[in-house]
Design a protein around this ligand. Sequence first.
Ligand code: NCD
Length: 358
Amino acid sequence: MAKLTEIGWDEYSALPLESKKPYLMRLEGDGMPYHTLFAQQFDRALLERLCALANRIRFINKSKEGALYLKNVLAHKRAMLYFSQPSSRTFLSHLAACQLLGITTGSVRDAATSSEFKGESREDSIRTFSSYFDLIIMRSPEQGLAEKMAWELSNSDRPIPILNAGSGKDQHPTQALLDIYTLVRSFEEKGGLDGRTVVFCGDLLRGRTVRSLSYLLTDFDDVRQIFVAPEELRVPDDVIAILKAKGIRYEIRDDLRSAVREADAVYMTRIQDEWDASAGESAKIDTSRFKFGAEELKLLGKDGIIMHPLPRRDEIATCCDRDPRAMYWRQMRNGMWIRSALIAGTFGYERAIMDCGY
Ligand code: NCD
């Protein structure tokens, strides 16, 4: 249970994100999150703990005995996956993470199959899920809905944690966790993530993964961020304001090739045209210079990596797929491990897993 009961909604919602953090963490005081709503909840120490736990789960799962041990850890819990926006990887990796820990799951992927279709509010639907489940993993096109639900649930008779699996254009904290886990693993034996240069390219205006990851990178020392996007899709001011306030080195460019030459990681994103105000709006933007292909591959250093939250369209040419620096497939699988670490931590099982004999 979290401290969200100690504060009214109006007072809480007016707080800056970083001040909201204490209200969302576990009351047990082990520093793990109860509700996971935005990237600002995670500091470096917590990120390192989650990466270590993900590594541990990954290792334990290699043997049958270990996998069976993990399957028993949360066998007494049930989770609801409530996804009212399209998803493949985020849905499946959360599902697989639950299965790994023995959690029984239920899902709604289309509001038309739930009572929302009969006019029930999202609030009432989520309250319904909490009657039957112990965790809600939710994705919604509505900015801030997961947060409102977390507050409602914490103040209800049956408080259960909420895990934000993508909210509107604003946040995608668990994607940022898997991105950080991928970066940390990629540079683990090459001097670490500190001091690196990360290039973001594509639709930086509407990509929620960029906002969450850009923030988490500020938890590391001296990571430079370069943003490359068409004029119309430039990184939003709120992201830049955070970098400025924290004294982070950043650059805004419109030339991908020059940025790739300096990159340790290139984070490509697709054009998020589902947010177009009018049909075909994005199609009018010239995105031809914001794609990663054979030429860019030649410019990337030998230890550089290419990332993408996926799904991709044509922003990474398939000729890059078999290059050892193409990290997007491993990145996708990393999602399952870090999400299982987060869920285990949410329920207070970090130590049990870290210290088990496997
Ligand atoms: C991202 C999302 O949904 O925000 N995908 C994901 O979660 N793997 C990015 C995208 O859809 O482009």
